[in-house]
Design a binder for this molecule. Structure first.
Ligand code: SF4
Length: 456
């Protein structure tokens, strides 16, 4: 039988081609990473209902159906039950038996703010449950209470009721879902055009297949940046404006800084809100006047407050008056927050601000290379300016992955030898970011010294 899961129905509503492509190479169901924010919130939700029964996510479907029917016959709460109606399959996060009979249907979300996509997910589950003769009595989202603090008597999760809205959405789904059933059976892919739908409600993973060349928003008019852009595209090389040379020239040593931070969904430090940004790591590279490099790094390895030791190590690493190159505004904001959190280091931390030079905003204002492709991400700019340099070989190669790896590294259940391997991966990743900054500044300065673009 042709079957469709809730995720597949969501994809089909986004774009029939996305559903068709996904069905060509179906993925195995996977368990949530317990170190991810979603994984942590699901664990917490299960602890709220200790007499709840959980149907394992990775069971074969028929077995999941059997165990779900058993659980729904007696349990007050069932996590991830399998429910099916004519090939439409759902695994709701939570069913809670109501005192008056029937079920409360809930999704569990690591968020403080509901989004339309959460209601759409619930509407599909409401629709399937209703068709299967299990119409839920209440519907909503168990999400993070923004007033939660580790040191206050506020619950971490709160139930936000959306029964009426979800019922309205579900009522209109019949006509929309029916045509999706036949899409996976089609031999040829549906013809669909790319557009806003490719990015909403979630970015489609097939965007590069459907549109290998993402059109670059071309600056219009006669501004220096617009002329620079056109010149770079015409010559197929890096072009820079004259002012860049003076902005980057510096006779003495230079420093390069990058932070990695986490934003725990469940804060454990007193006074912190859910998703408060906490820097846990930095890398600093120094380049001496003779071109020699050396580096400093700090990695916080446990769940204590990382800010005081990290701030002290940062001030030591950045002693002196060298300019501090960073990529974007994040590092400056982290330093401000560190200063607020570490009152005794407030003045020296704020003094670092005067030394910060944002290479990303300089590149945006004074440089363009066709290979940037309209992106100012360091991972796009680095290989464009320094061919052969990228993050490809590293085990950790993006910020989101670094957050997960750090969370796993400092967890008390992680064996010390494994934690050490993860620590080394994190140090390598953060160090790569600051090395990238050196390469980017050198490449921009080299081009600026060769001669910038002028228009008379
Ligand atoms: S990239 Fe856009 S057009 Fe292509 S499958 Fe995804 S949503 Fe559809």
């Amino acid at each position: 039988m042709n079957t469709l899961s809730r995720s597949e129905l969501m994809w089909g509503l986004q774009c029939p081609l996305r559903l068709w492509k996904a069905k060509q190479a179906p993925r195995m169901p996977h368990a949530l990473d317990p170190h991810s924010p979603a994984g942590q919130i699901h664990v917490h939700a299960r602890r709220m209902f200790p007499d709840g029964v959980r149907v394992p996510q990775t069971l074969p479907w028929e077995e999941a159906l059997r165990q779900s029917a058993q659980a729904m016959a007696h349990a007050p709460v069932v996590f991830r039950p399998a429910i099916e109606f004519e090939g439409l399959r759902i695994r709701p996060d939570l069913l809670l038996r109501m005192p008056t009979g029937g079920w409360r249907l809930g999704r569990v979300k690591a968020t403080t703010k509901l989004r339309p996509i959460h209601l759409q997910e619930l509407a599909i589950e409401h629709f399937v449950m209703t068709q299967a003769g299990l119409a839920p009595v209440e519907v909503g989202v168990l999400c993070i209470n923004r007033r939660y603090r580790a040191d206050k008597a506020e619950p971490l999760l709160r139930f936000v009721d959306r029964t009426e809205k979800v019922a309205q959405l579900a009522a209109s789904l019949h006509a929309e879902l029916s045509p999706l059933r036949s899409i996976p059976l089609q031999e040829a892919p549906p013809k669909e055009l790319t557009g806003r739908r490719c990015l909403w409600p979630r970015r489609c993973p097939y965007l590069r297949d459907c549109q290998p060349e993402i059109p670059v928003a071309q600056p219009t008019g006669d501004s220096p940046q617009a002329r620079l852009f056109r010149r770079a595209m015409e010559h197929g090389r890096l072009c820079v404006l004259p002012a860049l040379k003076q902005k980057l020239e510096h006779d003495g040593p230079t420093s390069y800084l990058d932070f990695e931070a986490v934003a725990p969904a469940i804060p454990t430090l007193p006074g912190l809100k859910p998703f408060t940004t906490l820097p846990v790591q930095f890398s600093v590279h120094h380049k001496q006047t003779d071109g020699t490099l050396h580096s400093d790094a700090y990695l916080h390895r446990d769940s204590t407050d990382p800010r005081p030791p990290l701030a002290a190590a940062l001030l030591e690493a950045l002693e002196g008056d060298s300019p501090i190159y960073v990529w974007g505004e994040f590092e400056g904001k982290v330093i401000s927050k560190l200063a607020s959190a570490c009152a005794e280091l407030d003045a020296p931390l704020r003094a670092l601000h005067k030394r910060i030079v944002d290479l990303q905003s300089l590149a945006r204002a004074y440089a363009y290379h066709p290979a940037f492709g309209g992106s100012w991400s360091i991972k796009r700019v680095l290989p464009a300016l320094v061919p052969g340099q990228d993050y490809g070989d590293l085990s950790v190669n993006d910020g989101a992955q670094a957050v997960l790896v750090w969370t796993r590294m400092q967890h008390p259940d992680t064996p010390p030898d494994q934690a050490q391997i993860l620590a080394e991966e994190l140090l390598a990743y953060c160090g790569m970011d600051t090395l990238a900054l050196i390469h980017i500044r050198d490449a921009l300065l080299h081009r600026a010294r060769l001669g910038a673009e002028t228009w008379e």
